[in-house]
Design a protein around this ligand. Structure first.
Ligand SMILES: [Zn+2]
Length: 288
């Protein structure tokens, strides 16, 4: 079980690249920054794991030694609502990500469910959940038992992944873990998070539909975000006052309800904003 709240970056921070750090150095470097989560980016992967098993296992060891919670962001080339051939390829891609996640001890494979395309929303959701059931069955038959697949809430109106749809996938498919991208929800719903209550009502809804354990142990993405009528446009750093949502409002909810989320920073300054969010939550926890 996660001993969260935990914070970490989506991918290797620029400074680490600059230092020429190896992937296996990342958990230790994050620990030195006082961070304790890391989302490995497998976003360009195809139908096979694009990493050697030995390297994944070394990452696992380093993560365990430094108490860094691992997750893996699956391929962007996934669409569970497309033509049959696309859905089939997507199943292989998600399975490849899940296999590598099992190697590295990542707890969840985050993925984008797809785009509605020509399908109605209801039909797209049905196609997606059927495909996911098949992926899970296949994963289990391959011995991938410790990884959950995580449908992410999506930021654009043409993408499958409203909060209701992501909840529905988690209700209907086994071995799932809801991934709440707060910024995506903010963008998709044109700035819905303005008050503490805006956040706590979502927390309440998740608890009602998925239960107390699920809401306590959420996997989240957070950054500030710019949006248009169609939803998400661009990610921004926490210090840019003209964009929302305000992390402090969510931090108040996390502190009040003693939630233990893993919060992945998708800010342009990944780890630096992860540290900032950690400190904001610390302040709010001391107040409550
Ligand atoms: Zn994502």
């Amino acid at each position: 079980m996660n001993r969260g709240p935990r914070f970490g970056p989506a991918g290797v921070p620029p400074l680490f690249w600059f230092m020429k750090a190896a992937l296996t150095d990342v958990p230790r470097l994050l620990r030195e920054e006082g961070l304790d989560a890391f989302e490995y980016e497998a976003v360009q992967w195809g139908k096979k794991p694009q990493m050697r098993k030995e390297e994944a296992q070394r990452l696992r060891l380093e993560a365990e030694q430094n108490d860094v919670w691992l997750s893996l962001h699956g391929s962007y080339f996934i669409n569970f609502c497309g033509e049959e051939a696309i859905v089939e390829a997507s199943k292989q891609r998600l399975t490849a990500c899940a296999i590598a996640a099992e190697w590295m001890g990542a707890h969840v494979v985050v993925f984008h469910p797809g785009a509605y395309g020509k399908r109605s929303r209801v039909e797209a959701l049905k196609t997606c959940s059927k495909a996911l059931e098949e992926v899970v069955e296949n994963m289990l038959s391959l011995g991938v038992r410790n990884v959950r697949i995580g449908p992410e809430t999506m930021g654009r109106t043409y993408q499958l992944g409203s909060l209701d749809e992501a909840l529905n996938l988690c209700e209907t498919v086994e071995h799932t873990q809801l991934v709440v991208d707060w910024s995506h929800l903010h963008a998709r719903d044109k700035g819905r998070f303005r008050t503490v209550e805006d956040f706590s009502s979502v927390v309440g809804l998740i608890e009602k539909r998925l239960g107390t354990e699920a809401v306590k142990n959420l996997h989240c993405h957070f950054t500030k975000i710019e949006f248009t009528d169609k939803g998400e446009k661009r990610h921004h750093t926490l210090q840019e006052a003209r964009y929302g949502p305000d992390f402090r409002l969510l931090a108040k909810v996390i502190a009040e309800f003693k939630l233990k989320p893993v919060i992945i920073s998708e800010s342009p300054i990944l780890d630096l904003d992860a540290m900032k969010m950690r400190d904001i939550l610390q302040e709010e926890s001391e107040k409550s």
